[in-house]
Ligand binder design. Structure first.
Ligand code: SF4
Length: 467
């Protein structure tokens, strides 16, 4: 579709890559356009400005970001897009080096300065065809921005890019840990928790706009409040309790927990707070003590086992999701078997598995004895095979049971939804048969079977199908 230059609105398309935390940043960026002559569009074709909010924490993520940038630059060369703006973690991490590699990109927006986006997009739109990048010209360098840095802690403006009934709430930014394989602290800085009243106000706004499910995200959600100087009186448990009092919210979901900052009162809050779904996403990264030590995780396998046992005892039926990393330097076959043994024992209902990516500026970058890529890939395959077995057994055990399901999409007597054990975009789903199903409602579904990772079921009652 050729760009309609006569269209008064500045047409903007945003490609948000990486994790939900990056998606929240994309939402903040789009929120900056509110009230201006901007029109958001899903497709890049025909846009005046395409923004690629990049992810830069491992090889695969960077490769995907570069592929998308090149795709958009090709559209620009064809005249289907006027300007290409790169934002996000790759800008924060590689800044000027990235600009040198990508001379056709119009501008780069750092994570902290979206405040200038409206002005920048107007400048790009106003450019005369064939003229060079005014943004580059204006800034004298490929960078634009650095005006009014966004204070992530108090900034509430954002436009949502998720389904209307589900939203992410970023409770803090940055991380104080130094896991040896991870570059995120270099990209996002030290932990800065957002004040509780600000988070409650944002959650109230979201609930008022129709959000039913609120997913809490951060680099380390369980460390929430540690930097707010309350001597430990304010933490994630207190935040969950406050959010539990908000009308309209039905499900509050905990993502990016860390076993090393999981306090006992948090276990009790998950158990006792009806709105907190019985689900925890808690990356453990490995199960062998020597590897966990080399990863600087600070969580020996015994601690992980104890915490999982506490959660399963205190919160019956809880769904535990984790993430592990294979192929880390020093991961011998025996140490890998220790990981497998822990996973076999813990039986995490949901699991993601990555292979080690050697990241510059991280402590693990210099480590030797890295297993060959094919060995890491084979090990990842074994972990995922184990997980398929765990999910198949769990799904079989759910057949005949009735579970609450949040409907994400519905059409013609069929719907796709998620149970309490399924976070958006990363977990499994439930195919529901039934008449009059509506997105954003929670219905009772009798599980009739499973297809691969997903469950199938029939709506029992829309009792509880309150909007
Ligand atoms: S907890 Fe570790 S892996 Fe997670 S963001 Fe912080 S340094 Fe990275």
């Amino acid at each position: 579709m050729r760009r309609r230059v006569s269209d008064p609105a500045i047409r903007v398309s945003v490609v948000s890559l990486g994790c939900p935390r990056n998606l929240v940043d994309s939402e903040v960026l789009v929120g900056k356009l509110a009230g201006g002559p901007f029109a958001l569009q899903a497709s890049a074709r025909g846009a005046d400005v395409v923004v690629i909010n990049t992810c830069g924490f491992i090889d695969a993520a960077r490769a995907e970001s570069i592929d998308v940038i090149c795709e958009m630059l090709a559209l620009k060369a064809q005249g289907d897009v006027k300007g290409v703006v790169v934002a996000g973690c790759m800008v924060a991490r590689y800044g000027r080096a990235l600009a040198r590699e990508l001379p056709d990109v119009d501008a780069f927006l750092d994570i902290s300065d979206y405040g200038d986006a409206p002005g920048l997009f107007r400048t790009i739109r106003a450019r005369v065809p064939g003229e060079g990048s005014p943004a580059r010209a204006a800034a004298g360098t490929p960078f634009f921005g650095g005006g009014r840095p966004r204070d992530a802690r108090t900034d509430l403006t954002r436009a949502r890019l998720t389904l209307p009934h589900t939203a992410y709430l970023r409770v803090s930014e940055g991380c104080d840990r130094r896991c040896s394989f991870c570059a995120i602290p270099q990209i996002r800085g030290r932990q800065r928790s957002r004040p509780l009243p600000v988070l409650v106000a944002e959650a109230e706004n979201l609930a008022a706009s129709g959000v039913k499910e609120l997913c809490l995200v951060a680099e380390e959600t369980t460390a929430y409040g540690r930097d707010l100087g309350t001597g430990g009186r304010l933490g994630l448990a207190q935040l969950l309790s406050a959010l539990g009092g908000i009308d309209g919210l039905r499900w509050i979901r905990l993502l990016y927990a860390h076993p090393g900052s999981f306090r006992p009162e948090l276990v009790a809050e998950i158990r006792d707070n009806d709105k907190v779904v019985k689900y925890v996403d808690m990356p453990i990264q490995h199960g062998d003590d020597e590897i966990l030590k080399r990863m600087k995780r600070g969580t020996p396998a015994a601690m992980i086992r104890r915490l999982v046992a506490d959660l399963r005892r205190e919160v019956p039926g809880i769904t535990l999701r984790t993430t592990v990393l294979v192929g880390f330097p020093g991961e011998t076959e025996r140490r890998f078997e220790n990981l497998l043994a822990l996973l076999e024992e813990m039986r995490f209902e949901r699991l993601g598995c990555f292979t080690f990516s050697r990241e510059e500026d991280t402590a693990a970058h210099a480590l030797r004895q890295r297993p060959a890529a094919r060995v890491a890939a084979r090990r990842r395959g074994r972990v995922l095979a184990l997980e398929r077995r765990v999910i198949a057994e769990r799904n079989a055990a759910l057949v005949g049971r009735t579970i609450p399901v949040l409907i994400d999409r519905a059409a013609g007597g069929e719907a796709i939804g998620r149970g309490e054990g399924d976070a958006p975009d990363i977990d499994c789903s439930v195919r529901v048969r039934g008449a009059g199903l509506k997105a954003g409602t929670i219905v009772q579904v009798r599980v009739t079977g499973a297809r691969g990772y997903d469950l199938e079921g029939k709506v029992q009652s829309s009792a509880g199908a309150r909007r």
